[in-house]
Design a protein around this ligand. Structure first.
Ligand code: SDX
Length: 436
């Protein structure tokens, strides 16, 4: 139940000499908003806010972030604590259910993840029909949507079975990701195992093979757990807002999540982790002259932007990027690996953080700047980096879909607009028309 947050105060809007009083609401951490839900009914006016830079779409109890202070909390716990102390499965449970699991709850949730790890064998055959170079995010979105065809019972009374749907999705999306990789390589599928943890299972399904057994390294499992935790949720970002908007039409969870996967694919959003590594590779292959790329990013006439930098909300360090940079160092040291791309990335960060252009615009490394380098060291191909982002973000998407579905104030999402097209004009029969 989302509590009302009215403060009793109001804001006064004066339009054409008439005053309109609008309630002020306040969140747990003191965020304040003007509640404009009655604005159009009272004044006939709507607001315009392209990109929703200033517009809150809902009340939510899931994630709190402060872009000025670089704070990120899931259900009141700091991501720093969660990344250090928890497994991804624990945090997935926290995001969806609102509290950290007891040992028994965690054991039961892990058991359900194991139970639902297999794909229906008919679904496995879908992979045979995708072209070999099919983008993994397209496969992921299609496969998640097709879950509705295999589990139609989840469509009719979703909240009764939300626990089963949650476990089914979180487990099967991991299997789909690994199977899509094996299929793209032309290698035999490696099925999930009951004796492995969530992340260890994923790594084994990705890299084990009948001729070359894969050794699951604890350092890699720990790094992957932290990465997935740090991607767990991020309040009303583009893909989460997509899941909420699609779900607000009472669309089932699987199809709503499939829409979120498509939104995350964009290079301005979750696709940035792949764009970062492609940018670093290009710099490396062109002799390492990263300063030329920084100058290009500053040139308003050049569409090039420094992938992995900047954020709609964070106007200081993205707290996730600090942890991911540390995870990167730790894992590469543990595996006795070095990566020239990491050296270039650190140089870019060092130079950019002292550059007026970036300082003035509050552009800092975001969650995507270092994550791709970790995936690269693990051996995950570039075109699967955003799939990894989706694996991490899935519990957050589910939590928001469930919160929206549960919300007594739920309304179908339907923004307004301001029309700027032609005024009413007489119809013109086709033979009297001239090309514009
Ligand atoms: C994610 O919303 C979330 O929470 C997203 C996310 C999550 O967890 O869900 O955090 C994940 O999507 C992280 C962001 C990944 N994207 C990138 O790294 C792509 C590169 N970054 C940008 O394109 C940009 O910073 C955005 C898209 C992230 C934010 O864009 P905004 O908020 O619309 O900012 P803007 O485009 O208005 O930029 C403001 C100024 C502009 O300059 P001026 O016109 O004022 O002169 O900053 C400049 C921009 O040109 N700018 C950049 C830049 N990002 C912004 N200049 C160079 N390089 C960049 N990366």
């Amino acid at each position: 139940m989302l509590t009302n947050s009215f403060t009793g105060e109001t804001a006064e809007l004066i339009i054409d000499g008439k005053g309109y009083r609008l309630p002020i609401i306040m969140g747990t951490e003191g965020e304040r908003a003007i509640d404009i839900r009655l604005l159009r009914a009272q004044s006939g006016y709507v607001t315009l806010d392209s990109g929703y830079m200033n517009t809150g779409s809902c009340l939510s109890e899931i994630t709190y972030l402060d872009g000025e202070k670089g704070i990120l909390q899931y259900r009141g716990y700091s991501v720093e604590d969660l990344a250090e102390q928890c497994s991804f499965v624990e945090v997935a449970y926290l995001l969806v259910n609102g509290s950290l699991p007891t040992r028994d709850e965690l054991k039961n949730f892990s058991h359900m993840l194991g139970k639902y790890a297999l794909l229906h064998e008919d679904m496995v055959h879908f992979f045979d029909r995708f072209p070999p170079n099919a983008p993994p995010m397209s496969i992921l979105s299609s496969m998640v949507n097709s879950l509705c065809t295999f589990y139609p019972e989840m469509v009719n009374n979703p909240l009764e079975k939300i626990d089963k749907m949650t476990a089914r999705l979180i487990s099967k999306v991991r299997t789909v990701a690994a199977f899509s990789y094996k299929k793209s390589m032309g290698h035999p599928l490696v099925y999930p195992r009951h004796d492995l943890s969530y992340c260890a299972n994923f790594l084994n399904m990705m890299f084990d093979s009948p001729v070359n057994p894969y050794e699951v390294r604890e350092e890699v499992v720990r790094a992957l757990n932290k990465l997935l935790i740090l991607h767990g949720d991020h309040e009303q970002n583009c893909s989460t807002s997509t899941v909420r908007l699609v779900g607000s039409a009472r669309v089932n969870l699987y199809a709503s999540i499939s829409a979120g996967i498509s939104a995350l694919w964009g290079p301005m959003h979750g696709g940035a982790n792949q764009a970062v590594v492609e940018m670093l590779e290009e710099i490396y292959l062109n002799g390492g002259d990263y300063k030329r790329y920084i100058e290009r990013a500053k040139d308003s006439k050049d569409p090039f932007r420094l992938s992995g930098f900047g954020h709609r909300v964070y106007k200081t360090f993205d707290p996730r990027s600090k942890i991911i940079k540390q995870v990167c160092d730790e894992m590469l040291n543990a595996l006795k690996l070095s990566d020239p791309l990491l050296d270039i990335a650190k140089e870019i960060e060092r130079v950019v953080l002292k550059d007026e252009y970036f300082i003035e615009r509050h552009l800092y490394p975001n969650v995507d700047f270092y994550s791709g380098i970790i995936y690269r060291a693990i051996g995950i191909p570039k075109n699967m980096y955003t799939v990894m982002f989706a694996l991490g973000r899935l519990p957050g998407w589910i939590a928001h879909w469930k919160e929206m579905w549960d919300d007594p104030n739920w309304r179908i999402g339907r923004p307004r607009q301001i029309y700027t097209g032609p005024k009413l004009r007489p119809f013109v029969p086709i033979d009297q028309r001239s090309s514009a």
